[in-house]
Design a protein around this ligand. Structure first.
Ligand code: GLP
Length: 277
C-alpha cells in the first residue's frame, strides 16, 4: 500500500483534548488508509475470536471507503462473519425499498457486496442493525420505545469499536442537528432547513421530496464508541471542518462534541483542509 500522507497535524484547541487530523493528497489515498485501519482492527479481533462492532455512516463521503473495504475483502478473502454493525440514522417516512432510504444505500454500497451468496466469510444479515422506524410497522410500539430499544441494543452489543462519521455542512453528525444535546441518545429529530436543502440533491433537487424527520443515534451514543473516525472530503466541507477544529465544544456545532472524546481521527483531503496548503 502506497500511502502518501502529506501531513499529520495534531491540533490543540484551547485546553481541550487533541484530535489527530490526517490530511491526504486525495480521497483515494484517504480511503485506502482508513479502510486498512478498519480491517486491521477487525482482523485483530477475529484472531482473538472476538466480534467487532462497527458504527456505519451514509452520505456520499463514505462510498469510496466502502468500495475500498470491498476491494480489500475480495483480494484477501477477508472475514466479516464476526462483524456486527449499527447504522447511525435513517429517514422517517420513506417507503420500504425507497432508493434514498439509508437502508437501501447500505445494502447497495456495502452489505449486499459483503454477503453475496455462498460467501461464508460475509457479513451476517442478523448482525446488521438499523434505526429504521419502519421496523415498527404493524407492531404496537411507540417511537420512543423504538429509540430506547435501539439504544438498549447498542448497549448490549457494544461498545462500538469503530464509529465512522461523515459531517453535514452545518456540523451535524448522523442526523444529530445543531442544538442536539451532547449527552443525547437515539432519537427522532426534525431535519434542519440546511440539511433538507443539502440532501435535496439526492431527491432530484426537490426540497419537498426530502423527509422532514429522521431517526438518529444521539451524540451521547456516538461518544460511547471506543474509536471514532470522521471523514470529510471536498471543498464544501472546508468551512465547517475549520470551524469544528478551531471552536470550543458547543451544541450549535454538533461535531465539536468530538473534542470530548479521547480517540478521534479526522481524515481530510486537501480540498477539505485548504488551511494546510
Ligand atoms: C447526511 C447523513 C450524515 C452525513 C451527511 C453528509 O445528512 N445523515 O451522516 O454525514 O449527510 O453527507 P455527504 O457525505 O453526502 O456530504
Amino acid at each position: 500500500m502506497q500511502l502518501i500522507l502529506i501531513v499529520i497535524v495534531t491540533l490543540f484547541v484551547s485546553s481541550l483534548r487533541a484530535n489527530e487530523v490526517l490530511v491526504f493528497e486525495d480521497a483515494s489515498e484517504l480511503v485506502e488508509n482508513c479502510a486498512w485501519k478498519i480491517v486491521t482492527v477487525i482482523d485483530g479481533n477475529n484472531k482473538k475470536g472476538e466480534k467487532t462492532v462497527l458504527g456505519l455512516a451514509t452520505g456520499s463521503t463514505p462510498i469510496p471507503l466502502y468500495e475500498a473495504l470491498i476491494k480489500i475483502t475480495y483480494e484477501n478473502h477477508f472475514d466479516w462473519s464476526h462483524v456486527v454493525t449499527f447504522n447511525l440514522d435513517e429517514y422517517v417516512g420513506l417507503p420500504h425499498g425507497h432508493e434514498q432510504s439509508y437502508r437501501y444505500f447500505m445494502d447497495r454500497y456495502l452489505f449486499s457486496r459483503l454477503a453475496f451468496p455462498n460467501y461464508i466469510l460475509g457479513i451476517k444479515p442478523e448482525n446488521i442493525h438499523f434505526p429504521d422506524v419502519r421496523l415498527c410497522d404493524g407492531k404496537d410500539i411507540s417511537l420512543r420505545q423504538f429509540t430506547d430499544d435501539y439504544e438498549m441494543l447498542l448497549a448490549c452489543e457494544g461498545p462500538i469499536d469503530i464509529q465512522i462519521l461523515g459531517i453535514g455542512t452545518n456540523g451535524h453528525i448522523g442526523f444529530a442537528e445543531p442544538g442536539s444535546s451532547f449527552s443525547g441518545s437515539t432519537m427522532v429529530v426534525a431535519l434542519s432547513e440546511s440539511t433538507i436543502r443539502d440532501n435535496a440533491r439526492f431527491f432530484g433537487g426537490d426540497i419537498n421530496a426530502v423527509p422532514q424527520k429522521a431517526i438518529t443515534m444521539g451524540i451521547g451514543s456516538i461518544l460511547k464508541a471506543k474509536d471514532i473516525i470522521l471523514l470529510a472530503t471536498g471543498a464544501n466541507k472546508a468551512a465547517i471542518m475549520e470551524k469544528v477544529l478551531t471552536s470550543s465544544p458547543a451544541e450549535d456545532i454538533p461535531a465539536t462534541a468530538l473534542h470530548f472524546h479521547d480517540n478521534v481521527t479526522i481524515y481530510l483531503d486537501k480540498e477539505a483542509a485548504p488551511w494546510k496548503q
